[in-house]
Design a protein around this ligand. Sequence first.
Ligand SMILES: *[C@@H]1O[C@H](CO)[C@@H](O)[C@H](O)[C@H]1NC(C)=O
Ligand SMILES: *[C@@H]1O[C@H](CO)[C@@H](O)[C@H](O)[C@H]1NC(C)=O
Ligand SMILES: *[C@@H]1O[C@H](CO)[C@@H](O)[C@H](O)[C@H]1NC(C)=O
Ligand SMILES: *[C@@H]1O[C@H](CO)[C@@H](O)[C@H](O)[C@H]1NC(C)=O
Ligand SMILES: *[C@@H]1O[C@H](CO)[C@@H](O)[C@H](O)[C@H]1NC(C)=O
Ligand SMILES: *[C@@H]1O[C@H](CO)[C@@H](O)[C@H](O)[C@H]1NC(C)=O
Ligand SMILES: *[C@@H]1O[C@H](CO)[C@@H](O)[C@H](O)[C@H]1NC(C)=O
Ligand SMILES: *[C@@H]1O[C@H](CO)[C@@H](O)[C@H](O)[C@H]1NC(C)=O
Length: 545
Amino acid sequence: MRFTRTFLAAFSLTCNWVHLANAAASSDSPRDADRGQSSYVGGDHNIDPETVSQFKHLWNASFNPGEKHWARPLVHTLPSTGRQIVFTASTENRVRTFDAATGELIAERQISPPWPLNTTNCTELGETMGIMGTPVIYTDYEDGIAFFYVKSYIEDYRTPGGAAPALNGVYYLYGVYLTTLQDLYKFPLFIDDVPHDNDPRKVFIGGLVLQRPSLLLLGDMLYAGFGGICDAYNFTGSVVAVNLGSRNIYRWATQAGPDSGHTDDWTLRNGGGAGGIWQAGAGLASDGKDVFFTVDKGGDLVGAGVFNSPVSGKTHLDMLSGSVTRISLNEENGLGVQLVDWFKPADYQANYSHDIGSSGFAVLDEGFKTAEGKKIGVASGKKSKLYIHDLDNLGGYRQGLNSSDGVLQTIHLDGQVFGGIGSYPLEGGYIYAYPENAPLSAYAFTSSANTSQLFTLVGRSSSRSSGAGTPTVTSNQGKSGTGIVWVTDVTRGLVAYKAVPVNGTLVEIPLPKVNGAIKYGRPVFGDGRVYVIDGSGKLVALGAK
Ligand SMILES: *[C@@H]1O[C@H](CO)[C@@H](O)[C@H](O)[C@H]1NC(C)=O
Ligand SMILES: *[C@@H]1O[C@H](CO)[C@@H](O)[C@H](O)[C@H]1NC(C)=O
Ligand SMILES: *[C@@H]1O[C@H](CO)[C@@H](O)[C@H](O)[C@H]1NC(C)=O
Ligand SMILES: *[C@@H]1O[C@H](CO)[C@@H](O)[C@H](O)[C@H]1NC(C)=O
Ligand SMILES: *[C@@H]1O[C@H](CO)[C@@H](O)[C@H](O)[C@H]1NC(C)=O
Ligand SMILES: *[C@@H]1O[C@H](CO)[C@@H](O)[C@H](O)[C@H]1NC(C)=O
Ligand SMILES: *[C@@H]1O[C@H](CO)[C@@H](O)[C@H](O)[C@H]1NC(C)=O
Ligand SMILES: *[C@@H]1O[C@H](CO)[C@@H](O)[C@H](O)[C@H]1NC(C)=O
């Protein structure tokens, strides 16, 4: 209770959370990549191709058999001691902290029992389902607080059958102090059994959904995306936004209104309209104000004839399907979450599963701007394309010439993208895609007035991917020549390339071998070190020291 009083005092004095400068060490990773999901994690990890050539295995940690870490580890330095720690969260609802340098286990806690997954057709996710979306660390309060969603159950809560029926599953939002792993005052929050704000028929039932995308923290507002459990049950996709100070909760469904799918038969597949947000785990992205993400297949507006001609992305839609989506939440105006803009590919087919929901959206660094000063966002997905968007005019449906995509540029890829793209805003600017069964490819940026020339293919890796993760880019203090693109690969483990290709080739930097990687993974960085979940589920630390 010692922290509690201080916390409350700080809160009630300011009516808002106190934001202290420099509370996070610059080499920390308090969230999944960057706020925009541009996957450039900045220049503060003291890592360059020279130090990487001296990398060795520093330590590794094993977990329980069957326990999975889909959530990426996070790295944080405790201001009180200066000790850097790695925080992990698993499908068994176990959270742990490790010393980032030595791998010593500092603290461990099982938050609550995870939900047994064996009644679903989704056992590839693990034996149980607990924490899956990557947590986020609130760094500006004492030694830091980790927030994350916990999937658990209450026996016989809504239907007989104990824990197993999905209908008895629930979600909690936890906040735990990183020093003790004990609960933040007035947490956890129970978020179930309340209708979505934009459709009162649709009650949020945590058991029927999966919190997969990494969390997004904007000031004191925490955003989380929810989708289906291998598309079972009558789920609808949603965003839950929680004001961590006031604990006000907003629930926004991707499928809302009288025409959207709804049924009280919870066992009916797609009965709730679907339209999940999963992004192969990639985080919700932000420009600092609004939130961007992709929605999987949902209400069939093309088939229903709503979309037989071009529609502006500024037109309100009750149902989003295979769409890039921008929402805005302004607590002062009392409107709750509002749809601001969207994009749906011109070749969308409701009967075809190749949609764009397998990949998140990237808000690129402001250094990437068109000749006209437009900011840039990038979407990808199962269409084997990169869509280069005007961030403030995503493109609606068929808003381009002759009913084509109303985007700045479309780049054709050799495969489907899961997770998202990487970017490097230095040395002219590059973006990277790592499609399935294809090489890692680098595209150079020019702020051309002809926007179909903004990005040009300039380099490829010599090997092809399998179970590829999202490219993630580091530099050493932003110095030229130090950029590194990191990717995980189910068979090849962790792989690093120089960020700037040489004569059409992405040059690999040798690393100590990591035995495979978790599917759709991504490395995490600390003070001169890199952490990754390998193919056997171990947490592996590489570094020079
Ligand atoms: C993990 O650590 C153990 C003991 O420290 C060591 O023997 C083993 O080689 C390590 N494994 C890997 C993959 O580095
Ligand atoms: C599922 O797992 C739970 C917990 O391990 C177990 O009690 C139950 O019998 C299993 N059910 C099936 C159908 O395998
Ligand atoms: C699992 O798959 C079987 C066979 O396809 C199907 O009958 C059943 O409804 C599925 N279960 C769920 C929970 O989706
Ligand atoms: C699914 O079924 C449950 C239980 O009847 C209901 O409360 C909920 O509103 C339904 N969800 C959707 C999205 O239709
Ligand atoms: C989907 O529908 C379109 C047009 O409605 C049709 O041309 C196409 O062949 C269908 N595709 C599949 C995979 O059934
Ligand atoms: C648009 O379509 C018309 C009619 O099919 C065609 O003549 C014209 O070349 C097309 N323009 C472009 C820019 O593709
Ligand atoms: C813009 O660039 C594309 C691709 O290089 C080219 O085909 C097209 O002709 C250019 N358009 C103009 C107006 O220069
Ligand atoms: C790149 O290609 C040019 C022209 O073929 C050659 O002169 C140069 O040495 C090459 N650079 C590298 C680093 O291979």
